[in-house]
Design a protein around this ligand. Structure first.
Ligand SMILES: Cc1cc2nc3c(=O)[nH]c(=O)nc-3n(C[C@H](O)[C@H](O)[C@H](O)COP(=O)(O)OP(=O)(O)OC[C@H]3O[C@@H](n4cnc5c(N)ncnc54)[C@H](O)[C@@H]3O)c2cc1C
Length: 472
């Protein structure tokens, strides 16, 4: 699609943050008032309970070591702060009790310091305290200060800071809200199809993407196809060396009304040295999770399903037939390793609940890029194919604004700094930055825990029932 031509029909694969935000942006942009939009998602139910955009909570913070993301997060936060019923933050979707980031100085301390410096710099630029109120940002130089600022008696980390301008959003409610708005605003112009699993992209011999084929054979044609399939994106198009599905561990324990009351107004607590974090509860369930390097789940998938050139070529399709890609596996128990790590963190941070069984656990999938930057760009080879993915464990907070940026990128008007961060890096660029096609982890400086774990190997060492009485 040329930048000047407005597509008649846009097909979006994936009804998570990236896909839905794009749809909303297109539907509210006068330039696209004649455009029809189809959103397809493989999940039979939407919001998709296995998608990474759906959970009890996601952190909304401008606390980044990189200024571009901080600025964009502040833009998003202005919309999260609209708590009228029709605003992003309405009906209990957004809360702002703050965010405390700590580290054991030796490990992870650098990211914390850089993040604090970014927030202070943005606050200094924000003369009227409109976006960042600097009086709500406090450096925490020792465990006693961390305890005093967070309200937790037991804390992990010996250095950090707290930013009471930050908050969190109810992720499932936010996805439901976006779907509702899309239907309200879009009317007849939009079709949302659940249970529509894309088997492959349709790419002609002239290297033009014309839509998708669903499992079952139905074809949907469009002038512009946007792949926003989260951690599954690398199963639709070859993203080797650029995107990688990594599984992250989460556990939930039941708590009482009194415990909810005691914890709900505390800041989110994250220790970057261990990757462990707790988001304050609003229901009788406390969530603990690890922002780590994650598990990979390498699966051999047919090369022709992600490589249209191979499919369209005269090459012997029986040779080099399979490619190994990490593919999300959902609805599974968490491996023993993750179970133990979460339990240990509970013991150190909230010992009073640490011996309770998990009410549920989950392996949730990040779509990681080597640098943690999103991948939002046209495919360099196939016309009319746009990629919007690579959330790298931090994409949710941008829900209210990321679609506008994606549409800017579609039109070729994206701010050059963001366009650079989100570009398709060539193989040579990746190699020069020390990454190979087989990169195994996101190196954005915010990750902790073991590197290079394989899901199946960890499962073989032991697992726990996703519901059950394990107190490991
Ligand atoms: C455990 C965890 C914690 C996180 N915490 C935070 C946080 O605190 N703050 C923050 O900002 N971000 C956080 N993130 C990251 C954020 O949630 C993601 O970056 C964001 O939700 C990604 O959205 P998405 O649209 O790319 O993917 P998804 O929400 O996964 O959506 C992709 C959709 O594509 C569909 N799909 C896939 N393949 C196909 C196919 N072949 N055919 C049709 N449909 C298909 C899927 O069914 C899915 O619904 C976290 C992520 C996880 C997993």
């Amino acid at each position: 699609m040329s930048n000047k031509l407005v597509p008649q029909h846009v097909l979006i694969v994936g009804a998570g943050v990236f896909g839905l935000s794009t749809a909303l942006s297109l539907l509210t942009n006068p330039a696209y008032k004649q455009t029809r939009i189809t959103i397809v998602d493989a999940s039979p139910a939407l919001p998709n309970p296995h998608g990474s955009s759906v959970d009890a909570s996601r952190i909304v913070r401008a606390d980044y070591s990189y200024k571009h993301y901080s600025k964009l997060a502040l833009e998003a936060q202005q919309l999260w702060r609209d708590t009228t019923p029709d605003g992003w933050g309405g009906e209990g979707r957004y809360h702002e009790p703050g965010y405390a980031l700590t580290a054991d100085e030796a490990e992870g301390g650098r990211y914390v310091k850089e993040s604090l410096a970014t927030v202070r710099r943005l606050a200094a630029e924000d003369k009227n305290n409109r976006w960042v109120d600097v009086s709500k940002v406090k450096e925490l130089k020792n465990p006693a200060e961390i305890r005093a600022a967070t309200g937790y008696d037991h804390v992990s980390g010996d250095y950090g800071y707290v930013n009471f301008n930050s908050g969190w959003a109810d992720a499932e409610k936010s996805v439901a809200y976006a779907l509702r708005r899309i239907r309200q605003v879009g009317g007849d112009r939009v079709v949302v199809r659940s249970g529509a699993h894309v088997a492959r992209l349709l790419v002609s011999a002239e290297q033009k993407c014309t839509g998708v084929e669903l499992v079952g054979g139905e074809q949907i044609h469009a002038d512009l196809t946007i792949v926003a399939a989260g951690a599954w994106s690398p199963t639709l198009i070859d993203l080797q060396g650029r995107c990688l599905a990594t599984g992250q561990t989460l556990g939930y324990v039941a708590i009482t009304d009194e415990e909810v009351k005691a914890m709900q107004d505390r800041p989110t607590f994250m220790n970057l040295s261990s990757g462990m974090f707790i988001i304050p509860p609003r229901t009788r369930e406390l969530k603990i999770a690890r922002h780590g390097f994650g598990y990979r789940n390498p699966v051999k998938i047919p090369r022709k399903s992600i490589d249209p050139d191979f499919l369209n070529s005269n090459l012997d399709q029986t040779k080099n037939e399979y490619v190994e890609v990490s593919v999300p596996k959902v609805g599974i128990p968490i491996p023993l390793e993750g179970q133990k790590a979460l339990r240990e963190a509970l013991r150190s941070m909230v010992p009073q609940v640490a011996d309770r069984p998990y009410s549920r656990t989950r392996v949730c999938w990040y779509c990681d890029t080597p640098t943690g930057d999103f991948l939002i760009t046209y495919h360099p080879r196939y016309k009319n194919l746009f990629i919007a993915t690579g959330g790298s464990g931090h994409g949710f907070k941008f829900f209210p604004v990321i679609g506008n940026k994606i549409v800017d990128a579609v039109q070729g008007t994206l701010n050059p700094e963001l366009a650079r961060e989100w570009r398709w890096r060539t193989d040579a660029e990746l190699a020069a930055a020390g990454f190979s096609k087989d990169f195994i982890s996101c190196e954005d400086g915010s990750r902790a825990g073991p590197r290079g774990m394989i899901l199946e190997e960890e499962m073989a060492k032991g697992e726990v029932a996703s519901r059950g009485a394990s107190r490991l």
